[in-house]
Design a protein around this ligand. Structure first.
Ligand code: ATP
Length: 454
């Protein structure tokens, strides 16, 4: 016990300034930069406003969030198929979907400082930055346009997709036929989407390039309300299951004036970010709008033949549409904790083990004892085949523990001189810093039970 205390006391304090325990955007942005999670994009050129790069640990975290989603919604079910459609699609897709005509935000410019705002973000008639006079609101289409091929003429205009959903609708028949699916079934996709947002911001919450995790779930008309309620509960439960505290999540149903004209119902899953309750995911009952519109525009019948009822109809669609970047940010903010261990302040990320960027760190206590190093390296070589692990002997153990706590590594394994005699190692659990002494041979089983438990 005295030894454990000493190790923890050697640690340097890791909390950053700000009220203790309070999770601010500044703390998270600073932690992300310092510990290789998220960097400003093109930073050496001064950055490109509101674009971000996921660093070595950030890419692990975001990949884990996407894998947890895929595991639940694709591998975990018989009624879901995966898809990875192209970002560039036929331009008619965006006419059929309504994006060319309707995917607009009202925009105003300040005549004095030239800043640009979303009209619906502004309370009064004056510029919120300088008090200057504003222009009339104009509609601004959020789709990025570019040209396919070398000729910049209108025939070659293509759009970067503003949502992944349309790639699913246009493949409805391909997936249904090739996978022999019958209603109800869904198609799930993760991929990049692009929106020329007028006012991006709040770190990775609103960016112009982002990733979505979308499901289109096709059901028989009349069963849509039941499936809508099912998916709202299912998706809320997913955020709970992967560690977000229930009191920081809520459901917000859309009022009638907020609903898209084709939608029968929509509920947002919101998280309590430092800037207030904000959308993580929207779950919508889109009726049969999408398949009908594509049938009309593509002149291809996408209706479904119900073999039991011997009749054709357009399936209704329930769409749970989540942002991978927003979910990652919510998991990150919610995991941030501060406490005091052995009289020293500590910041740590209490990630669900499935989301933690690094699962295990192997830390030899004596880096100048070749036998200890060899045993530690051997353990590392075995574990890295299965989990993201790191080996580190570059500082005192207390300091190494704190570094791992700060990036949310669930387990640290130390090898010491006694390990050479008894074949045992010490395993330390991040949240409580409690330690177990276990046989080195049992490490994989010990970790599997704790890292892979549902
Ligand atoms: P908002 O009202 O915040 O602009 P939205 O209602 O337009 O979002 P949807 O079109 O429903 O968003 O997109 C589904 C999900 O995609 C959102 O819940 C969000 O997680 C994610 N998303 C949408 N726009 C952005 C963005 N600009 N940056 C990051 N994620 C985004």
């Amino acid at each position: 016990m005295a030894e454990e205390l000493k190790r923890e006391q050697e640690a340097e304090p890791t909390t950053t300034p700000g009220a203790p325990g309070e999770v601010t955007m500044e703390k998270i942005v600073s932690l992300c930069k310092r510990r290789g999670l998220i960097f400003p994009s093109s930073e050496i050129y001064g950055g490109l406003g509101s674009t971000w790069d996921y660093g070595p640990l950030g890419v692990e975290l975001k990949n884990n969030v996407k894998a947890a989603w895929w595991q639940t919604v694709v591998y975990g079910r018989d009624d879901m198929e995966g898809l990875d459609a192209a970002i560039l699609m036929h331009p008619r897709v965006w006419e059929a979907s309504g994006h060319v005509e309707c995917f607009n935000d009202p925009m105003v410019d300040c005549k004095e400082c030239k800043k640009r705002f979303r009209a619906d973000d502004i309370a009064g008639q004056k510029c919120p930055e300088c008090g200057g006079e504003l222009t009339e609101a104009r509609q601004f289409n959020l789709m990025f346009r570019t040209h396919a091929g070398p000729v910049e003429e209108s025939a070659s205009v293509v759009y970067l997709r503003p949502e992944t959903a349309q790639g699913i609708f246009v493949n409805f028949d391909n997936v249904r036929q090739s996978m022999r699916q019958k209603l109800p079934f869904g198609i799930a996709q993760i991929g990049k989407a692009f929106r020329n947002e007028i006012t991006p911001g709040n770190f990775t919450f609103r960016t112009r390039e982002f990733e979505q995790m979308e499901i289109e779930f096709f059901v028989k008309p009349g069963e849509d309300e039941k499936w809508f309620d099912y998916w709202v509960e299912e998706r809320l439960g997913w955020y709970h299951r992967y560690g977000i505290r229930p009191e920081r999540l809520r459901l917000r149903p859309h009022g009638p004036q907020e609903l898209a004209h084709y939608a029968r119902a929509c509920v947002d899953v919101e998280y309590l970010f430092p800037m207030g309750w904000s959308e993580l995911e929207g779950i919508a009952n889109r009726t049969d709008y999408d398949l009908r519109r594509h049938s009309e525009f593509a002149k291809k019948d996408l209706s479904y033949f119900d073999e039991e009822e011997k009749r054709r109809y357009f399936p209704y669609v329930i769409e749970p549409s989540a942002g991978a970047d927003r979910a990652t940010l919510a998991f990150l903010m919610d995991a941030y904790r501060e406490d005091v261990i052995a009289g020293r302040p500590r910041a740590y990320l209490a990630f669900h083990p499935a989301l933690a960027p690094v699962k295990v760190a192997i830390l030899p206590l004596l880096r100048n004892r070749p036998e200890v190093v060899a045993m530690a390296r051997n353990i590392h070589a075995g574990l890295r085949k299965r989990w993201k692990t790191i080996y580190n002997d570059t500082a005192g153990i207390g300091r190494l523990y704190r570094r791992q706590d700060e990036i949310g590594t669930p387990f640290c394994i130390t090898v010491d001189v006694q390990s050479l005699d008894d074949g045992q190692v010490t395993v330390r659990w991040r949240d409580t810093t409690a330690q177990d002494r276990i046989a080195a041979d049992h490490i994989p089983m010990y970790l599997a039970e704790r890292l892979e438990a549902e």
